[in-house]
Design a protein around this ligand. Structure first.
Ligand code: AHG
Ligand code: MN
Ligand code: MN
Ligand code: MN
Length: 335
C-alpha cells in the first residue's frame, strides 16, 4: 500500500526503477516541471496584488509593463527547462514555433520534448478562479545529436511518455501519469513540498455531471444538442448536474474525482472547436485513459489522431467512460 505522506520527490525516485533502461532523464524532467510549477504557483497566488505590486514597480526606470500571467508562466516553464538542460525541444501554446535546445552541443544529448499549455483558463485569473498548467512529454523520433524538427512534436498522443497538469486551486495540486496510473500530489505551501495525496486516481465509470459551454448551444452539431437534451431529461439517474468553470484543468479535475463528462465540440463558428490537440487534448486524454476514463473527438480516440500542425484544434469529449461512450453514440447518428 502507498504511504500517504510520501513526497513527490520520493515518489519520482521510487518509480524511476519501473522504467526499463531508465537513465533518470525522465525523473529529472518531472523534477524540473515540479520546480517550475512552484514558481508559477507563487506568481498565480499574488495575481490579485498585481495593481499594488505594479505601483511599487513604478520606480522601474525602464517603465516595463506588468506581464500577462500566461506569458509569465510560459517564460518560467521554458526558462526552468532550458536552464536544467533537460529537454531537446519545447512547444508551447504561447509560442508560434517550437524551440530547439542545445541542438549542436555534444554534451547535451537529451531525448525528450515537452509540449505545454503554461496557463490554462487564463480568462479566470482576474476573477480569482482556478487555473492550471498542462504538460505532455514525448521521446524524440529524430536522431539524438541532431536539431529537433517539427516531426518530433507532431506525434500521436499514444506515443506520450508522460503527461500531467498542475491545478492552482484552493490547494495547488500536481497530477501526472507515466503510463502507470494517475497520481495526485498536493502542495503544502508552508514548506513548498508536494505530498502524495491522491494515489491511483480514477474516473468513476459513470457520473452525473456534464460540463459544456451551453451558451454556444445554437452553434453545436445536432449530435451534441441531442446529448445535452438527454442529460437534462428526467429519466433513470437524470437530469445530470451542469458544472462549467471554463478552465479545462479544473473541469477535468472535478469530473475525475466526482464522475462526469467534459465536452468542447466543434460549432458552426469553429469547425474544430477551441481546444488544442497537442497542448490540451492529448495530455488530458492520456490522463483520462490511465484513470479508466475515455477521450475522443466524438468519433475517434483522441490519442490516435495524427497531428498535422502544432496549434491544431480538435473537438473534445472526455471523462467517465460510459458517459463519453453515450455521447459518442449520439454523435454516430450524424456521421
Ligand atoms: P487557455 O486559457 O489555455 O487559452 O485555454 C482556455 C480553454 C480551456 O481552459 C477552457 O475549457 C476553454 O478554453 C473555455 O472556453 P470557452 O470560454 O469558449 O467556454
Ligand atoms: Mn488551455
Ligand atoms: Mn493557455
Ligand atoms: Mn490561451
Amino acid at each position: 500500500m502507498e504511504q500517504r505522506n510520501k513526497t513527490l520527490g520520493e515518489f519520482i525516485i521510487e518509480h524511476q526503477a519501473a522504467f526499463q533502461y531508465s537513465t533518470g532523464e525522465l525523473s529529472k524532467l518531472i523534477n524540473a516541471i515540479r520546480l517550475a510549477a512552484k514558481v508559477v504557483n507563487h506568481e498565480v497566488n499574488k495575481a490579485g496584488l498585481i495593481d499594488i505590486l505594479g505601483a511599487a514597480g513604478d520606480t522601474n526606470i525602464q517603465g516595463e509593463d506588468q506581464q500577462k500571467l500566461d506569458v509569465l508562466a510560459n517564460e518560467k516553464f521554458i526558462q526552468t527547462l532550458k536552464n536544467r538542460e533537460i529537454v531537446c525541444g519545447i512547444a508551447s501554446e504561447e509560442e508560434d514555433d517550437f524551440i530547439s535546445i542545445n541542438s549542436h552541443d555534444e554534451l547535451h544529448q537529451n531525448k525528450y520534448v515537452v509540449l505545454i499549455d503554461p496557463l490554462d483558463g487564463s480568462s479566470n485569473i482576474d476573477v480569482n478562479v482556478s487555473v492550471g498548467t498542462i504538460f505532455s512529454i514525448y521521446r524524440r523520433i529524430t536522431p539524438i545529436g541532431t536539431p529537433v524538427t517539427l516531426q518530433d512534436f507532431l506525434q500521436p498522443g499514444v506515443n506520450q511518455v508522460a503527461a500531467g497538469y498542475v491545478v492552482y486551486g484552493t490547494s495547488t495540486m500536481l497530477v501526472y501519469t507515466t503510463g502507470h496510473g494517475v497520481h495526485g500530489f498536493t502542495l503544502n505551501p508552508a514548506i513548498g513540498t508536494f505530498y502524495l495525496s491522491h494515489p491511483n486516481m480514477e474516473f468513476p465509470e459513470k457520473g452525473n455531471i456534464y460540463s459544456i459551454n451551453e451558451g454556444n448551444y445554437v452553434h453545436f452539431p445536432q449530435g451534441v444538442k441531442d446529448y445535452i437534451k438527454y442529460c437534462q431529461m428526467e429519466e433513470e439517474d437524470r437530469p445530470y448536474t451542469s458544472r462549467y468553470i471554463g478552465s479545462l484543468v479544473s473541469d477535468f479535475h472535478r469530473n475525475m474525482i466526482k464522475g462526469g463528462i467534459y465536452i468542447y465540440p466543434k460549432s458552426s463558428k469553429a469547425s474544430n472547436g477551441k481546444l488544442r490537440l497537442l497542448y490540451e487534448c492529448n495530455p488530458m486524454a492520456f490522463l483520462a485513459e490511465q484513470a479508466n476514463g475515455r477521450a475522443s473527438n466524438g468519433y475517434q480516440r483522441i490519442m490516435e489522431i495524427q497531428p498535422t500542425e502544432l496549434h491544431e484544434r480538435v473537438p473534445f469529449f472526455c471523462g467517465s467512460r460510459k458517459m463519453v461512450e453515450k455521447a459518442e453514440s449520439f454523435m454516430a447518428r450524424y456521421p
